[in-house]
Design a binder for this molecule. Structure first.
Ligand SMILES: Nc1ncnc2c1ncn2[C@@H]1O[C@H](COP(=O)(O)OP(=O)(O)OP(=O)(O)O)[C@@H](O)[C@H]1O
Ligand SMILES: [Mg+2]
Length: 438
């Protein structure tokens, strides 16, 4: 859209993106035929453009397709508009990766209800840093396991924050379904992060950066083994021609191990892999090797493996190992739902009715709570309003609840259902409030 703006005659632009089946080909009479694309989703894309002008909008299938590398937080749910000829448009979102987020006052909300897990992680990291093997033992692999949306990624983020506070270098990789069978995909990202190769645009830039990081002559001689992984063109040594595939693989693993080892002895590192159920088999093999390094700490978060996505042997051995610490993550206690809702909406208060609904319907699963709120906002069951609007009704009584265990929040008004129920919202300059008419 920025580029379009620069074209002088274009003043308004809209982009609608949908995902689904479409027919594409040459259509029409021989004299007038033209190449075209037709289908339900094509019509919907056109409707999105008309109904959400000046916006890059997309349908729910596009948002959920998983193929996109766009960040989910750059998508905002758009208000529901009836689209002509589209029976159920689902949730429509706007993509905007340079909205005013930086200018907004960002507030890091505290993680809710995971005090025990956080405390244990703090102790483990601290013990590792102080080399206190009585606490840390050989327990250097932590596996967070839980059902979809229960809060694994959020807990992983909290662990990474703690690690950074303790001066650990944090190496984070998000495995994804699209690369679950791409050999060494996760290892590649781990190594690139560790050696800061992401910024290198050419093979020779990568080679130079590698040389800066790896000073040991013995390792340097074998660096050609990284060529396939990193796309470098380091000339192989004379032994290479005589090596069979097994030997190449063994030496490649040994080299990767050594590189990581050199790093972790000089600076404590926390390696984290989110969505570890999608780690490719070759990466599991390497991660298993790495777990034997007493200096590396690995935290993996995963959904339980399913029969359609069974774990490989290395994954079974590592996750089931007696020294692996398993964190089985269950849903949040119902009492956290109102605080969670306040965080999702950046508000200070929610009414009791909403709290009741979220407690009952979300079963403690954070993402269900999030989805319920989004749906209610989209369908205008609840609304965000400002403070003055919230206090229009002076007869309303306040019922204070606690929020996040720290600041005051969650007020609920609604003794009488007919009266205004509101959420008191905190964000930006002013206080905002949510009305609801459930
Ligand atoms: N304990 C918590 N405190 C505050 N917010 C949370 C907590 N747990 C989860 N959330 C929020 O709920 C939403 C879903 O959580 P999250 O993405 O961590 O789930 P997940 O288990 O990683 O899901 P998936 O299986 O899809 O990867 C996120 O917006 C997250 O920030
Ligand atoms: Mg997750």
């Amino acid at each position: 859209m920025d580029s379009l703006h620069q074209v002088m005659d274009i003043t308004n632009e809209s982009i609608g993106v949908t995902t689904g089946r479409a027919f594409c080909g040459v259509v029409g009479h021989r004299d007038r035929h033209e190449y075209t694309v037709i289908g339900r989703k094509v019509n919907m894309a056109a409707r999105l453009m008309v109904n959400y002008p000046g916006t890059l909008s997309c349908d729910d299938d596009t948002y959920r397709s998983g193929k996109s590398k766009l960040k989910k937080e750059d998508f905002m749910v758009l208000p529901f508009i009836k689209l002509k000829g589209v029976a159920d448009p689902g949730t429509v979102r706007e993509y905007n990766n340079h909205h005013d987020r930086e200018e907004e006052e960002e507030y890091d909300y505290p993680i809710l209800g995971r005090g025990k897990e956080i405390e244990e992680m703090k102790m483990l990291l601290h013990a590792i840093k102080c080399d206190d093997t009585r606490v840390s033992g050989s327990r250097r692999v932590v596996v967070i396991e839980g059902e979809g949306g229960v809060g694994k990624t959020r807990l992983l983020e909290a662990f990474m924050d703690i690690a950074e506070e303790e001066d650990f270098k944090v190496d984070y990789v998000e495995a994804d379904m699209a690369h679950a069978h791409t050999p060494y995909h996760v290892v590649k990202t781990l190594i690139e992060n560790l050696l800061e190769l992401e910024a290198c645009r050419t093979a020779s830039e990568k080679e130079n950066t590698l040389m800066e990081h790896i000073t040991d002559q013995k390792l340097r001689e074998k660096m050609f083994l990284l060529n396939d992984l990193l796309g470098t063109h380091i000339p192989p040594n004379a032994d290479f021609a005589r090596m069979d595939l097994d030997k190449v693989t063994t030496q490649f693993h040994a080299l990767l191990f050594e590189i990581v080892h050199q790093f972790v002895v000089s600076q404590p590192c926390l390696f984290t892999v989110d969505n570890a159920q999608f780690i490719d088999q070759e990466s599991w093999d390497f991660i298993e090797d790495l777990s034997a390094d007493s200096h590396a700490i690995l935290v993996l978060s995963l959904r339980p493996f399913s029969s359609s996505n069974p774990p490989c042997e290395a994954a079974i051995r590592l996750t089931g190992h007696e020294t692996t610490k398993k964190v089985k993550l269950g849903g949040l206690e119902a009492s956290y739902m109102s605080d969670l809702a306040c965080q999702f909406m950046d508000v200070m208060y929610i009414p009791n009715e909403l709290d009741g609904i979220l407690r009952e319907k979300s079963h403690g699963i954070a993402s269900w709570c999030e989805q319920l709120i989004k749906d209610m906002l989209t369908s205008n069951v609840i609304q965000v309003v400002n403070e003055s609007q919230a206090f229009l009704n002076k007869e309303s009584s306040l019922d204070l609840l606690s929020f996040g265990g720290s600041t005051t929040t969650a007020i609920s008004l609604c003794q009488n259902r007919k009266k205004i129920n509101f959420f008191f919202l905190l964000f930006g300059e002013s206080l905002k409030v949510v009305f609801t008419d459930l």
